[in-house]
Design a protein around this ligand. Structure first.
Ligand SMILES: NC(=O)c1ccc[n+]([C@@H]2O[C@H](COP(=O)([O-])OP(=O)(O)OC[C@H]3O[C@@H](n4cnc5c(N)ncnc54)[C@H](O)[C@@H]3O)[C@@H](O)[C@H]2O)c1
Length: 391
């Protein structure tokens, strides 16, 4: 485990959870006391302040990168050098260029690589995604994902030199990959329109952003991200298709509500802003946030010689989309998503879902009125004339 901070601990809680056979056997941290504390807390037999020593440890089979964004590349290069399987937290790179270097390097080294995008492994997401893939929503038209909270928990996030950006990179990477999964990973993201601003915090990065990602099949992805949201951690997705609609609420208002005057309730849930009054706890946070299913997929793929659902290639695509979003926020124009390496389909289609009413007409809408009359709004195929027929 590289990193002993916030996500390193969440990951280790998940890895060691239940009756898991997986064990962290070496931990790297920048400061020795933190490495030792982590090793003590999780009964990890080896700790070090040397990145390379942790990676090269002979008993280590998989390296998990849980370090600040500017350190991902260095850690990946060391995994390549020592031919260790590597799984890396999000975002893969600070830019697509950085992510591409990591992608090419792991492929050249021939090592297993996984991208730890936990929010496409939540139980709700997995069920929703299966329904979407099975066609329950028809053709996907719009996939929106929102992640907002009152701001991250460590200094380096707020410094774009280390983090690579503000909330758009930090949270937008989740939202972009959620929407991309619903729309179809094979479908090419073409261009991005984005608004981003620094509304509240004294930082040189955006603390609030909204963006639209246009896909080659006509679908639109939307992300809404903020480090200025008050009230906890808001994680929501909405998907609209020609045959259905799907709404997911993964954190706030999930059906678990509790009132307390504050006696005895310390931790409620990640980024909850208060522990008195009405609370929205999260039942099993590790599972609800996807960590368990994510590691299960990673290790199953590794053992079976397959690719996990999320690889460094996906991390690269996400970075390429977000690079375009940053450009668009500056130019205020639709900006193309630039790929040095695109492996999906190059087809640009706007699949039609025209429904015939009869030989000469398309059906626009069928309506049952409140006064009991049924009617059909139709369009003539040749003339384009719109008319209606009542029962
Ligand atoms: N849901 C998620 O997938 C999720 C959630 C939070 C963070 N993350 C990602 O995990 C990574 C780490 O974030 P975090 O929240 O654990 O951060 P953190 O600040 O809590 O922990 C970072 C760890 O790296 C070490 N570190 C910090 N600066 C360092 C430096 N300059 N040199 C060497 N070590 C340093 C710290 O000591 C600590 O062990 C980031 O890439 C972040 O985007 C992912």
């Amino acid at each position: 485990m590289l990193g002993s901070g916030f996500i390193g601990r969440f990951y280790t809680d998940a890895l060691h959870g239940g009756r898991s056979k997986d064990r962290v056997i070496s931990v790297y941290s920048r400061r020795e006391e933190q490495a030792r504390q982590f090793a003590e807390d999780y009964k990890v037999p080896h700790y070090t302040v040397s990145l390379e020593e942790a990676i090269a440890h002979p008993a280590v089979t998989v390296v998990c990168i849980a370090l600040p964004n500017h350190l991902h590349e260095e850690a990946v290069m060391l995994c390549c050098k020592h031919k260790k399987a590597v799984i890396c937290t999000k975002p893969l790179g600070r830019t697509a260029a950085e992510a591409l270097v990591m992608l090419k390097s792991v492929e050249e080294a021939g090592i297993f690589h996984g991208y730890l995008e936990d929010l496409v492994y939540t139980p709700k997401f997995l069920k929703a995604h299966n329904s979407v893939r099975a066609g329950a929503l028809g053709r996907i038209l719009w996939a929106k994902s929102r992640e907002t909270h009152p701001g991250p928990h460590s200094d380096w996030f707020w410094d774009p030199a280390q983090s690579g950006g503000g909330c758009m990179l930090d949270l937008g990477c989740h939202c972009v990959e959620i929407a991309r999964n619903f729309i179809g990973k094979d479908v090419k993201p073409l261009e991005v329109m984005c608004w981003a601003d620094t509304q509240v915090k004294p930082i040189d990065a955006e603390d609030h952003a909204i963006g639209l990602v246009k896909y080659a099949n006509g679908a639109i992805g939307q992300f809404e991200v903020s480090w200025t949201f008050r009230g906890g951690l808001d994680l929501r997705d909405e998907v609209m298709g020609t045959e259905g609609t799907l709404w997911l609420n993964s954190f706030l208002r999930t059906g678990f509500e509790m009132f307390t005057t504050g006696k005895g309730a310390e931790y409620v849930a990640e980024k909850a802003e208060s522990n008195t009054g009405w609370q929205f706890p999260v039942g099993d946070e590790l599972n609800e946030l996807g960590y368990n299913h994510m590691f299960a997929d990673m290790f199953r793929a590794l053992e079976e010689g397959l690719q996990p659902a999320e690889t460094f290639y996906d991390g690269y695509v996400v970075n390429a989309i977000l690079d375009a979003a940053y450009r668009s926020a500056k130019t205020k124009l639709w900006e193309p998503v630039v790929f040095q390496d695109w492996r999906g389909s190059n087809e640009e289609t706007q699949n039609s879902s025209l429904v015939d009413y009869d030989e000469d007409h398309y059906l626009v809408k069928e309506e049952l009125t409140h006064f009991g009359v049924k009617k059909w709004i139709i369009k003539h195929k040749q003339t384009g004339l719109i008319s209606e027929i009542s029962e």
